[in-house]
Design a protein around this ligand. Structure first.
Ligand code: PA5
Length: 438
């Protein structure tokens, strides 16, 4: 379903070097599988079939069908793990989408939300407010702005089963709700109601998505790194980090994967970036970025590794037409664009390897719901193993709180832990003289 091409990892990482890690890998794998490590309360995603059983899938599909019948557009309101998974799937599979899903609550920009309001004016709107805690400021603000636009029967709150402000408001207003289990953290929640309702509203087959994830869960149960791609990927990035590489760039040649790259960055960044450690996850979209970042990849500071994400099918067919050869493209007439794009990938991987950037290629046979489900689960599982290899808890995110505490204090939220006065003094501590005016 998915293959790893490790040719350009050598000599930094070879199958022999990975084999030497077998014991550590088996331990990290067992820690995750048996739920004996840090954060083991958050492993509800490990079994995708249990995370959304048949009854829950039926419920999600029936809500999606009813909302599709009653509305023109869904606005999905959430941030971080309550946002990126749905967007990644909907944009990657845009050829299967037959109903628009827009996104709000992932920023606090007045311009963004004003334009969004304009774009849905006069339309029948459904709103899905998604927040596990139910207290996150960005989606709460956006939801307050948006909810008056939808009929109460077209509002769904996806949140904690019992607690949180969103649960409370939803109960009072009589909106429909979908549950987020305690054991599922935001960035591992795309295949739960968090991601599945917006994805189903868009017209994408959520059962196929889940089927792909279940297939990956089976394939990744194997503790031998030679047979388990999750262990191989986790080992490779860990070995490279130990060798002094600091940045992993996930690179794609398919613009539709833009939000898959964003989702991946959150997954690894929020899971591993702790105790002043971990590879910094970044992304590049080629060939576009070859003309902006390509120079740095080839000759900048040698701290980069690259993971190419390649879709193997040659679809859709689009060939270069004949024409005046003044543009010197005669040698490509009749060639498929995907063949030309593939040559660009091969050329890039080779050039970067020769420039000192080791790379791994993840190949996915097709870009459909099944294979995407497989890929998302592959990364989630790899992230769990990789976090344990690194010695961090891959399932918490204590660092995300720091800015929130400051923001609550600055805005004067009742009960804020730091006072507005103290924060304003700190923010202005540098004094007016530090501002350079022109
Ligand atoms: O992965 C995570 O846990 C975070 O990105 C959260 O999903 C994000 O902060 C939003 O939280 P909530 O769903 O509680 O609004």
């Amino acid at each position: 379903m998915l293959s790893l091409d490790a040719a350009f990892l050598a000599p930094n990482v070879t199958p022999e070097l990975v084999a030497q890690q077998t014991e550590r890998l088996a331990l990290a794998h067992a820690t995750l599988t048996n739920g004996t490590g840090a954060g083991s309360d958050f492993l509800g995603w490990l079994d995708p079939a249990a995370m959304a059983d048949d009854a829950l899938l039926d419920e999600i599909e029936s809500i999606a069908t009813e909302l599709r019948a009653r509305t023109d557009v869904l606005v999905s309101v959430g941030i971080g793990g309550s946002y990126l998974g749905a967007r990644a799937v909907i944009e990657a599979l845009s050829d299967s989408v037959d109903r628009p899903v827009l996104f709000a609550g992932q920023n606090l920009s007045a311009r963004y939300h004003t334009e969004l309001l304009k774009s849905i004016a006069g339309k029948k709107v459904a709103v899905n407010a998604i927040s596990k805690s139910g207290t996150t400021t960005e989606p709460a603000v956006a939801f307050r702005i948006l909810r008056a636009l939808a009929e109460p029967g077209c509002i769904v709150a996806t949140t904690d089963k019992n607690k949180g402000a969103l649960r409370k408001v939803a109960g009072g207003a009589g909106w429909r709700t979908l549950p987020i289990e305690d054991s599922i953290g935001g960035r591992y929640s795309v295949l739960s109601p968090v991601g599945l309702l917006p994805i189903a509203y868009a017209g994408i087959d959520i059962r196929e998505l889940q089927r792909g994830a279940i297939a990956c869960a089976r394939a990744c149960a194997e503790p031998d790194p030679k047979k388990n791609p999750v262990l191989f990927y986790a080992a490779a990035r860990n070995l490279l980090y130990q060798q002094g590489f600091l940045i992993e760039a996930l690179a794609s040649f398919e613009p539709r994967l833009h939000y898959v790259l964003e989702w991946w960055k959150q997954l690894f960044g929020e899971s591993e970036g702790k105790n002043h450690t971990a590879l910094y996850p970044s992304s590049v979209e080629f060939t576009t970025d070859l003309h902006s970042m390509g120079q740095y990849f080839q000759e900048g500071r040698r701290a980069l590794i690259e993971t190419f994400l390649i879709i193997e099918d040659g679809e859709p067919s689009l060939t270069l037409p004949t024409g005046d050869n003044a543009d010197e493209l005669g040698y490509l007439v009749g060639q498929e664009l995907t063949t030309i794009n593939h040559a660009a990938y091969q050329a890039t991987a080779l050039a970067h390897r020769e420039g000192g950037v080791p790379s791994l290629t993840i190949r996915l046979p097709k870009l459909d719901a099944y294979h995407l489900g497989f890929l998302l689960y592959f990364f989630e599982r790899a992230c769990g193993v990789s976090g344990y290899l690194l010695g961090v808890n891959p399932f918490d995110q204590p660092g995300v709180e720091a800015y929130k505490l400051n923001m609550f204090g600055l805005l004067g939220k009742p009960g804020a832990k730091i006072s507005q006065e103290e924060l304003l003094a700190k923010v202005g501590a540098a004094g007016d003289e530090a501002i350079v005016r022109f």
